[in-house]
Design a protein around this ligand. Structure first.
Ligand code: F6P
Length: 510
């Protein structure tokens, strides 16, 4: 039986050259959010920039070494106007063939704002308070059938077109929880076409997979449709060993007609085998180092240095997502200031926060709670000379990289997190032997716990003490821990994540 703690998948010997491993297959990446963000300049010209978020950060690294067709939803009007074409993202002039699918507003709202976030996101991050939610009513079912399923169908149709247009074999890599129904729909569309044998289908779930009991919160039809969809892929990837085990148990409990082999991490269903493995996602190490040395980042670094004025820096960089546990982070900082007054005036907590999913009530409310929690700490402990917490809202990737170079303590205290790439970016660019305070409920903790101070995310007192321990740690211990973290991340970057998946499917002849 495959158990927590056992190391999987096996070590993968040999080189990691994405292009060679693809053996001529066309690579099609599919995700809800595309890799580019579109905006209009003051003079009216359309500006295309690299998008944010963990998934995009990770996958863009791949575009440097292989040709990618990327299919995503057209979210705003500018994206709808864009449609389909080559887009240059990043510094090295390589382009991505980007196809943005227009989706009606009603469909998109049900798919994204009702089902994906909050329903699935909250279940997969154990965030529902079951006494008050989720309330699955007629509107939720409508959003399921006419939003989530409909958007997945549109994606499946577009992917099928791309597969048919590709000259040879295709590798389709589906991403995340927005697209659970797509694989089965795609298989149906491809059935009886000559291309169907020439497609390898993978799906990578970037967020935690809940225990099978927790999945029971979803009505039986929803959970069966999700599991049925995912069992149509050849390779199903998760971030951690625990996610893999939870998925295998979920299938066994909730999807009749399956046969689960825990030892070989395989599910048999409808005469098809799905391999289920963990592939911890990572970052593009050379790219973030390059960004760290860029003039823009250096300039922003000077601004942060002026803001810190010789104080120690506690930093967090997050989307304003309740799963990130930002409020408890501020409460822990307040608790530390109460328990250890020697830090007053000598430390600053900077929170770089990117607004997220504000059309969803739970996110909108959380945004307000964040500001209130920071305001409370500042009012309790701040003076005319000292502002304990500075909250900076907005998307600014070079700014984030600049601040990551300067932290003494990086706080990542998520309630639950598939991986958390900030915990990997920080140690690679930080120049102060900064200490990582890391929630045990992040995927990153499975890899980084030996270098981090690991905390339980609801334990405000322990988090306060960990912040104090980090701020007062000896230089020698800081160095040892920082070196260990850097090494752990650099040894397993995004290219490894990709290559491990391709090698795994190669082993099974897909
Ligand atoms: O895997 C989680 C994820 O999809 C990541 O890509 C990213 O961090 C975030 O969620 C993006 O969320 P959204 O596209 O809803 O802003």
């Amino acid at each position: 039986m495959f158990e927590k703690g056992q190391s999987t998948p096996e070590e993968y010997p040999g080189n990691c050259e994405p292009e060679a491993l693809l053996e001529g297959r066309s690579l099609i990446v599919v995700s809800n959010r595309g890799p580019a963000s579109f905006s209009r300049d003051e003079d009216g010209t359309v500006k295309i920039q690299r998008g944010g978020g963990g998934l995009v950060t990770a996958l863009l690294g791949l575009a440097k070494s292989v040709d990618i067709s990327w299919i995503a939803a057209a979210i705003g009007d500018l994206e709808k106007e864009w449609g389909w074409g080559e887009v240059e993202i990043g510094e090295n002039g390589r382009t991505i063939d980007l196809h943005l699918i227009p989706i009606d507003e009603d469909i998109y709202n049900g798919y994204y704002n009702v089902i994906s976030n909050p329903l699935l996101w909250f279940i997969q991050h154990s965030m529902w308070d079951f006494v008050s939610g989720p309330n699955i009513n007629r509107d939720t079912w409508k959003a399921w059938d006419q939003g989530y399923a409909e958007a997945n169908r549109k994606f499946a149709q577009t992917v099928a077109q791309h597969i048919k247009a590709a000259p040879g074999r295709s590798l389709v890599m589906l991403q995340d929880y927005h697209l659970y129904l797509l694989p089965r729909m795609l298989r149906r569309l491809m059935r009886r076409t000559r291309r169907s044998r020439k497609v390898t289908l993978t799906h990578f779930v970037h967020i935690p997979w809940p225990g099978s009991e927790e999945l029971r919160i979803l009505p039986s039809r929803m959970r069966k449709e999700i599991l049925d969809g995912l069992c149509a892929v050849d390779l199903l990837g998760f971030q951690t060993r625990e996610d893999v085990l939870n998925f295998l148990q979920s299938v066994e409990s909730h999807l009749p007609g399956t046969s689960v082999n825990y030892k070989h991490r395989r599910v048999w269903y409808r005469n098809h085998a799905t391999i289920v493995c963990n592939f911890p996602i990572s970052i593009d190490v050379p790219a973030i180092k390059e960004m760290a040395g860029s003039p823009e980042t250096q300039q922003q670094r000077t601004q942060f240095e002026e803001m810190i004025k010789g104080q120690q820096l506690i930093l967090r960089v997050d989307r304003t997502d309740p799963s990130k546990n930002i409020v408890r982070g501020f409460q822990s900082f307040g608790e530390m200031l109460e328990l250890h007054p020697e830090h007053h005036g000598k430390v600053k907590f900077i929170a770089l926060l990117v607004p997220s999913r504000l059309d969803v009530d739970e996110y909108h409310d959380y945004h307000n709670k964040i500001m209130a929690a920071a305001g409370w700490v500042n009012s309790q402990f701040g003076t005319s000379e000292w502002e304990p917490i500075r909250v900076m809202i907005g998307e600014n990737y070079p700014g984030a990289v600049a601040a990551l170079q300067l932290y003494d303590v990086l706080l990542v205290n998520s309630i639950a997190d598939g991986m958390n790439l900030v915990a990997k970016e920080g140690p690679v660019v930080n120049q102060r032997d900064g200490v990582l305070v890391l929630s045990e409920r992040t995927g990153a903790s499975e890899q980084l716990e030996s270098g981090a101070l690991v905390i339980s995310p609801c334990d405000i007192y322990a988090t306060a003490e960990a912040l104090h321990q980090a701020l007062t740690m000896s230089d020698e211990e800081r160095k040892i821990r920082a070196n260990r973290l850097r090494w752990l991340v650099e040894e397993n970057d995004i290219v490894d994540w990709f290559c491990k998946q391709i090698k795994e499917i190669g082993k099974f002849g897909y």
